[in-house]
Write a protein that binds this ligand. Structure first.
Ligand code: LMR
Length: 392
């Protein structure tokens, strides 16, 4: 059997991350995988997470299974934090997932199993794993255009592309801090997009992996609500990897949203069956951490304070990089980097130029030009910008 295997390339984000780790140069620069790093290059464990972990160690009495849907209290609290106007059980329901990616996977499987003809419309560009995950489910896929170097995506262009969709098709929408462009529609434009999706009989599938990294926890959650309030049915993938900094704990939630929808519980039973057949039950630790934080007002306040610190550093880094690039190359408009949100932004390079940047200067960006700006060394920003502009 193994003789029939043809070697496959690894996902480009993972490949760049690996190449960076193996590069012995001291002055290498990591713009690769999407993890937040502080000015020392460390991805810190948040204070509230450490405190919650200690509490769990001190009080946890068993390691028995938590169930197919995971920690239900965690799911309910998380859903409540993001969509407070949706009553859990009647307007929103779901399961704990294995990270945000695991949520995307089970929700895509659910949608495909309930409607095998549904085509998934993915922004171009998008996180490359969207295509990999939805393709692995066996669903049909198509793209809608997504602007790269502007202040906002062009909602009219998106809706024109979606004229080609059939009722029942699924539209993947990034829930803020678009990966890779960093460009999000305003809340009004998001509402207009959702209305257009509804008019075409399509179902929004919101992947919100960066809540709290854009404009604030409440502000970013309001983006999810702007879709949820307008859509009779919506799929929602949530992640705790970035906003709680618990990447390796693989914690997220797969949620089904629809105000007063009569069939939510039946749809959720399908989600549970898919999870059971897929991995049986999720791990506990990350969800238990987040639940502990949500249940304790003091821990929650500290988490929100630290999340604010992180967001402010990221936004400061975006502005600083935009300015440094403008100093290094004045005939380009770099404003989109400053006005964008989240960890990512694109730079207009070819894959070959990205490779040369890596080889000649030890600057690691994704071949499509994506840069993870979080963690950039602000003391060396002009030096780094000068290297980056050699590629454009
Ligand atoms: C990224 O886009 O870099 C992150 O979401 C990490 C990943 O799994 O790709």
């Amino acid at each position: 059997m193994f003789d029939t295997a043809v070697a496959r390339p690894i996902d480009q984000i993972i490949a760049i991350s690996r190449a960076y780790q193996e590069d012995p140069r001291d002055d290498k620069v990591d713009f690769g995988i999407g993890v937040y790093k502080d000015e020392t290059g460390l991805t810190p464990i948040m204070r509230s997470v450490k405190a919650a972990e200690q509490r769990l160690i001190d009080t946890q009495k068993t390691k028995t299974y938590v169930g197919v849907g995971g920690d239900q209290k965690f799911v309910e609290l998380f859903a409540n934090q993001v969509l407070p106007d949706h009553a859990y059980g009647t307007d929103i329901i779901g399961i704990q997932s294995i990270g945000g990616s695991g949520a995307v996977r089970v929700l895509a499987e659910l949608a495909h199993s309930l409607n095998p003809d549904a085509c998934f419309w993915i922004p171009d560009p998008s996180w490359p794993n969207h295509k990999a995950i939805i393709g692995a489910v066996g669903a049909k896929m198509a793209n809608y255009p997504y602007a790269k170097f502007t202040a906002e995506p062009d909602v009219d262009a998106i809706l024109t592309a979606l004229d080609g969709a059939s009722p029942g098709d699924v539209v993947v929408i990034h829930g803020g801090c678009h990966n890779p462009t960093g460009i999000d529609p305003s809340i009004e434009e998001l509402g207009r997009l959702t209305d257009g999706i509804g008019e075409r009989g399509l179902i929004p599938f919101v992947d919100a992996a960066y809540l709290g990294f854009g404009d604030g926890w409440e502000e970013d959650s309001a983006r999810v609500a702007a879709v949820a309030d307008r859509a009779p049915e919506m799929l929602l993938a949530l992640s705790c990897s970035k906003n709680f900094g618990i990447y390796r704990e693989r914690t997220g939630a797969a949620l089904l949203v629809g105000k007063g929808h009569a069939n939510l519980a039946a749809a959720n039973s399908n989600l549970l069956a898919l999870a059971r057949a897929n991995y049986s039950m999720p791990p506990d630790h990350g969800a238990a951490i987040v639940r502990t934080i949500f249940e304790d007002p003091e821990l929650k306040a500290d988490w929100l304070a630290e999340l604010t610190e992180i967001r402010e550093i990221i936004n400061k880094s975006r502005s600083a990089l935009a300015l440094a690039l403008a100093r290094a190359k004045q005939d380009r408009d770099w404003t989109y980097i400053d006005t964008g949100r989240g960890m990512f932004s694109l730079i207009d390079v070819t894959p070959e130029a990205a490779e040369k940047l890596r080889e000649d200067h030890g600057v690691y960006i994704i071949p499509d030009g994506r840069m993870n700006i979080a963690g950039i060394d602000l003391n060396k920003i002009d030096e780094i910008a000068a290297k980056l502009v050699t590629a454009v």
